[in-house]
Design a protein around this ligand. Structure first.
Ligand code: MN
Length: 234
């Protein structure tokens, strides 16, 4: 039994639908630009024949459970919602084939990849890292986890409303890199582990939120996710 200098933070975790146990979260991976219409609204286009998929990460301590009230974050004036399907891994794998990729899947969740868009755009223009724009405290929102072992989702509505007004509405079938391709490719960068979450990118319709806003999203056949924004806390 180790003794620590101070009490370490608790292991990030999420509820699992239908089980008493919580799901311990190890890492948070995110796919960048995985819907053509979202890339277009960012002023970009993706040519899958030459552009590799790319990824970024957030600290697992940025994870916040659906239904939370979180403060509007510091150092941004353009905080954006990105509604995403989250793939939840329950098995380890390295250099897995697309055919084997489904074996790693424990289930799915509905998530929000909250983004300081102003800082992201500045980073893009200056060729700097995205970390402060993406790895925002309480900026990785996730629903309960829905066990669907081995199931590879290929379609389903994905939607987000702010204060009851629909902002994002698309379908998982529009992902540029599908779930098998994402898992196989990401497993060539990382030894994927149980507890890894992969946010699979957002469709078009991203936009700003302000204190007082209530976000409500859903992925058809998976789950719903919600978030309420409060005032900034210094
Ligand atoms: Mn995203």
């Amino acid at each position: 039994m180790s003794r620590y200098l101070f009490t370490p933070p608790p292991t990030p975790s999420l509820p699992i639908r239908g089980l008493d146990e919580r799901f311990p979260v190890y890492r948070l991976f995110f796919v960048g630009r995985n819907y053509q219409a979202h890339a277009a609204e960012m002023g970009l286009s993706v040519d899958k024949s030459v552009d590799p998929a790319f990824y970024f990460t957030k600290s697992p301590h940025a994870l916040v459970q659906s239904g939370s009230l979180v403060p509007y974050p510091l150092r941004t004036e353009n905080y954006h919602h990105e509604m995403e399907l989250v793939v939840v891994l329950g098995q380890s794998g390295s250099h897995v084939s697309e055919a084997q990729a489904g074996d790693l899947i424990y289930g799915y969740a509905a998530g929000l990849d909250m983004t300081r868009r102003d800082l992201q755009q500045a980073a893009r223009q200056q060729g700097r890292p995205w970390d402060v724009s993406k790895d925002v405290e309480q900026g990785a929102v996730c629903s309960d986890i829905v066990p669907m072992p081995g199931v590879v989702l290929e379609r389903g509505a994905i939607e987000l409303a702010v204060n009851g007004v629909t902002r994002q509405s698309s379908d998982l079938k529009h992902m540029i890199w599908n779930i098998r391709e994402i898992i196989a490719d990401l497993s060539t960068y990382y030894h994927l582990q149980p507890g890894d979450l992969i946010y699979t990118g957002t469709p078009e319709g991203v936009g700003p939120v302000v204190p007082g806003d209530v976000l409500h999203g859903r992925v058809e056949g998976v789950a719903e996710v919600s978030l309420t924004l409060g005032p900034t806390q210094r």
